[in-house]
Design a binder for this molecule. Sequence first.
Ligand SMILES: O=c1ccn([C@@H]2O[C@H](COP(=O)(O)OP(=O)(O)O[C@H]3O[C@H](CO)[C@@H](O)[C@H](O)[C@H]3O)[C@@H](O)[C@H]2O)c(=O)[nH]1
Ligand SMILES: [Mn+2]
Length: 750
Amino acid sequence: MEVLGREERSRLPYHVSQVQQPRATINRLHALFHSMAILALLYYRASRLFGGTQNSPMSAWLIVFASEIVFSFLWILGTAFRWRPMSRTVFPERLPPDEELPAIDVFICTANPEKEPTVEVMNTVLSAMSLDYPPEKLSVYLSDDAGSPITLYAMEEAYSFAMSWIPFCRKYGVETRCPEVYLSSSAHDHPQHSTTEFFMEEWDKIKSLYQLFKERVEKRASESDGTGGRSIILSRDHPPLIKVINGTRMDAPGVEQAKMPLLVYVAREKRPLYPHHFKAGALNVLLRVSGIISNAPCILVLDCDMYCNDPTSARQAMCFHLDPQNSHSLAFVQFPQSFHNISCNDIYDGGMQWVFKVLWPGLNGLKGPMLSGTGFYIKREALYGRSTMRQDIDVLKLRLYFGLSNEFIASLRQNYKYIIDNGVPTDALLEEAVFLASCAYEKETIWGEQASPIGFMYHSVVEDYTTGFHLHCKGWTSVYCHPSKPSFLGSSPINLNDTIVQNKRWGSGLLQVGFSRFCPLTYGLLRMPILQCMCYGYVALLPLSSFPILCYGIIPQLCLLNGISLYPKVSNPWFLVFSLVYLSSLFRHLFEVLSTGGSFGRWWIEQRMWMTRSATSYFFAFLSTIMKFISASEVDFELTNKVIDTKKIERYKAGKYDFESATLLLLPLTTIVILNMVSFIGGVGRVIFLNSYNELLGQLFLSFFILVMGFPIVEAMVMTKEKGSIPTSTTFISAIFSIVLVSLGFILFT
Ligand SMILES: O=c1ccn([C@@H]2O[C@H](COP(=O)(O)OP(=O)(O)O[C@H]3O[C@H](CO)[C@@H](O)[C@H](O)[C@H]3O)[C@@H](O)[C@H]2O)c(=O)[nH]1
Ligand SMILES: [Mn+2]
């Protein structure tokens, strides 16, 4: 790190940004080419339709035409991400001295100790407490939606451990401050220290302290749980409980105490009759509670499974938040989500590299990336709304917006002073905090209401997307910071069922926005630049791809079986147009994967998972969104499982798909695969015996492509004895569905 004088430091920019010009140019040229090809294709379909010259059944023609329109529409929206990709570099060493840095509150959410192992949650807490930031400016809040005693106990234990861990990290400049990860390496992996005897001694000491901590927590967890679902009931019905952990450990050595960040446990009140709004509800409680305790101007939000992998991320984020030129409109700095548990082939595409390596850098050159739920540093002010922060605003009005706590309303005007020193909070303060965490507090306020200026948004399971969207609508910007060392590492679903369930939740959350009056394409259009608006629209409507994918997996195949051609003859020049559209979209994706460090295999898996998601997750998301509109129920937040199944992990690491547990959700996919097997065989028959190669080649190829793509499914249906294979019952039901489809095709199309 270069050592700079203060004068020099203040003159140099804290960050630089650069448009990825060659990439932008390639993208734009491709967009031009591809749009012309699409236009030609649509023209072909429309002219045949209106001219009445298509020689296939109108219904089939209409369905494939509609599918192509949806594909094209999504494609056009997607070009916005490719228009102006940008990368950014930060220079934390140029930041002002520590005394001038703003304070940071870290919010971590956990909801269920059975699905989110407590030791893992504590590792996230510990990694956040040991961020490379002045400890008196750092406060860590854990929201425990389960209100579980084990989590509180673990936090007290974690705090004790942190009193040794943090000094150790500081002393040796530890680069990975998640103790589980650091301590499972060998002392000799750290050659800069391991040669000294003293380090080895301390290493052993800290390692055994960590073991002790872990054992205690695991022991307590095994005692208090396994209560036959009692914890689930408790998690929906419990009083508020707030505890400042620092205060409870006054017997600890006083010297270190002063250098520790504040650690606060928050279990908001939950009652069955009150909506609790999932994670957004939890975050809003943390906003209020922290508001009267530490009231830091900047907030880092983390999921409980996302530990801080690079302790310097806070300083990196400050390079943007403290930049005098852009900071005024900057709401948040988003870091990519990276994962520690995905294997090198990542067969379920859990790494979401396409999002974090292509889409988000693309938004970086516009008004900034979407909020991604975790790993972002956001200004408190952005969540409160600028208009409500004005000094001249009436206090009565503030009470209407923010609720009745005078203490909290006073905190809005505190100009971000640290309200309690790193000591024991008063009873009165804690009482007020409990009031702020009660479930009746938000009654008749505008917390979380869409388009309101306050807090994280409710009424959606994609609270990150909607919150970010409304911030951008109000003129805030964001930046994407993508350093080469992952700043945060989390766990991603590593089995098919969890992957499909997670994507189903996202899909239904997004569609719900897409179909509401806050649809980005209408609501956003008046409030943000068109390209940004297209990006938001693309993400919200992406689940619509289930329609064309399913249609393309069924209709041409039924026609193929009946010898009906849906595409131009091979000898016809129009055939070239269809081939070009197909190849050009495959090539764009291939280019994106290869140019962001991916491999050919990565491209193939992303293709496969895109189709899988569309045919399963997004299809069910679509159904559940419709159900929601009919019954006006709230879509549930199905928590992602973070417990590792050691038996299944071997299969995963070997790159073998596990279809066993996802039976029902897989039905659309297995049905399509069976149907394509049948149509492929039928089609080959027709081509050979009836010589209809010229008319049917396109459809035959489509079936072939789907079978190659779905080969793991074919394999898993055939080899029923193998682990992870598809149960015979599922294959059987899918076969029945296929027979129904084939009969329908016969009736409708002949
Ligand atoms: O009622 C709830 C539900 C969830 N959570 C927490 O929310 C976080 C995310 O939940 P998880 O089950 O891990 O969902 P993921 O699909 O992994 O989360 C992604 O998608 C979510 C939106 O659907 C975002 O909130 C997340 O940040 C993003 O990582 C976890 O820390 C949970 O403990 C709560 O605190 N309360
Ligand atoms: Mn998660």
